[in-house]
Design a binder for this molecule. Structure first.
Ligand code: SAM
Length: 363
């Protein structure tokens, strides 16, 4: 089967990006801006393209079946390569690292990687997980130096949840994982719920009630047209405005200020002091203007947008023996030529463009 994660990878030697390969020295100053003046602040690292769930909107079984050509181990960035790149990214201003995937807890000895990243110092270290292995791993992750976790959970109703993860995985185990993460001190815990029309919008209010007064921050994510395997249609998107109306009618909420410029989630709080929720409106209210995120795929390609169609091969640079200055210059050059603003120009037509799968590029 043809890999459908390979929209187009640009080897740095490609004539189109000579400017990147032969980029002039840009001594890192902790600030590099793209063509729209956006800084490089966050790096998401996909540590595996494999997952133990087959969420119908992300890795549908009919595409990601038994014969799906996941990356062989030799193609994955090693922990040493990831840590080396992380240091260089930090020098250009990255403050936050998020490990993701695929399911990051499936990567063998991921705690060791976290230790190596924690040794760099001064980075906010987080991880996004489906929670299946969290109950057994939470304490080790914290001990290794992880600061926080985000857990994806799309429903409380066991039947709905099992149908959405399509592996018949019970919700109780994810809830146990969330409790274990809280006990281990991986807080504040964020819980991400993707809302898909006709699938789980009835779960909005039960989820809100379940996590109100717990200190966890529940965030509702609009269903997006990532990749090209999920058959996305605009009609399947439940706009954040609708989510807020459903919650607000039962549990009054009011908006609060963002923590920082460019924060992805719009923050709201319960009027009675029951805590905070968030809405991530990447479809109905694009936030490209403030996007400071880069993504490193499992095999070391750098993507400057979740909806990118091309990546830059940093692994090639690493494996041909480039020194840190060379890698640093390439990263600066890639970022400086970045102009992506996909979510602002999205339409039913752009949704059909070839795009990278989220499991590979990192959610
Ligand atoms: N396996 C981990 C997990 O489940 O959190 C990390 C990877 S997963 C791709 C990261 C996040 O992306 C999850 O919260 C998932 O729900 C979200 N996601 C995947 N496909 C999506 C889509 N089409 N629209 C919106 N969010 C999506």
């Amino acid at each position: 089967m043809e890999r459908n994660t390979t929209a187009r990878v640009i080897p740095l030697a490609d004539a189109n990006v000579m400017s990147v390969r032969d980029a002039p020295r840009v001594a890192p100053t902790g600030w590099v801006a793209d063509t729209r003046g956006r800084a490089l602040r966050d790096l998401r690292i996909s540590v595996t393209d494999r997952c133990n769930f087959r969420c119908i909107y992300c890795m549908p079984k009919d595409v990601f079946g038994r014969d799906y050509p996941f990356l062989p181990h030799a193609d994955l960035l090693t922990f040493e390569e990831i840590a080396r790149l992380a240091r260089v990214f930090k020098a250009h201003g990255v403050q936050k690292l998020r490990l993701t995937g695929g399911e990051p807890l499936l990567r063998k000895r991921v705690e060791r990687l976290i230790e190596m990243l924690a040794e760099i110092g001064g980075l906010d270290l987080t991880l996004t997980t489906n929670g299946a292995l969290l109950a057994q791993k939470a304490r080790e992750l914290k001990a290794a130096g992880l600061d926080r976790v985000t857990v994806s959970l799309d429903a409380l109703d066991d039947q709905v949840f099992r149908a959405m993860n399509d592996m018949d995985f019970p919700v109780a185990k994810v809830l146990a994982g969330i409790d274990a993460a809280a006990e281990a001190g991986l807080a504040p815990i964020k819980i991400n719920m993707v809302v898909k029309r006709g699938m789980n919008e009835r779960e909005i209010l039960p989820m809100a009630r379940r996590f109100k007064d717990t200190g966890h921050i529940l965030r509702f994510i609009e269903y997006m047209d990532v990749g090209h395997t999920n058959g996305w249609r605009m009609d399947d998107v439940v706009p954040s405005s609708e989510v807020l109306r459903i919650i607000g009618e039962a549990l009054p909420v009011e908006p609060i200020e963002p923590n920082y410029r460019g924060e992805v989630a719009e923050r709201w709080r319960y009027v009675d002091g029951g805590g905070e929720i968030g809405v991530i409106s990447s479809v109905t209210q694009a936030f490209c203007r403030d996007c400071t995120r880069a993504r490193l795929s499992t095999d070391g390609k750098l993507y400057t947008c979740l909806f990118a169609t091309r990546g830059f091969d940093l692994r090639a640079l690493l494996r041909e023996g480039s020194d840190d200055d060379r890698i640093s210059d390439a990263i600066a050059a890639i970022w400086r030529q970045r102009g992506d603003r996909y979510s602002e120009i999205r339409s039913e037509n752009t949704a059909k463009l070839p795009k990278i799968e989220m499991s590979y590029i990192g959610g």
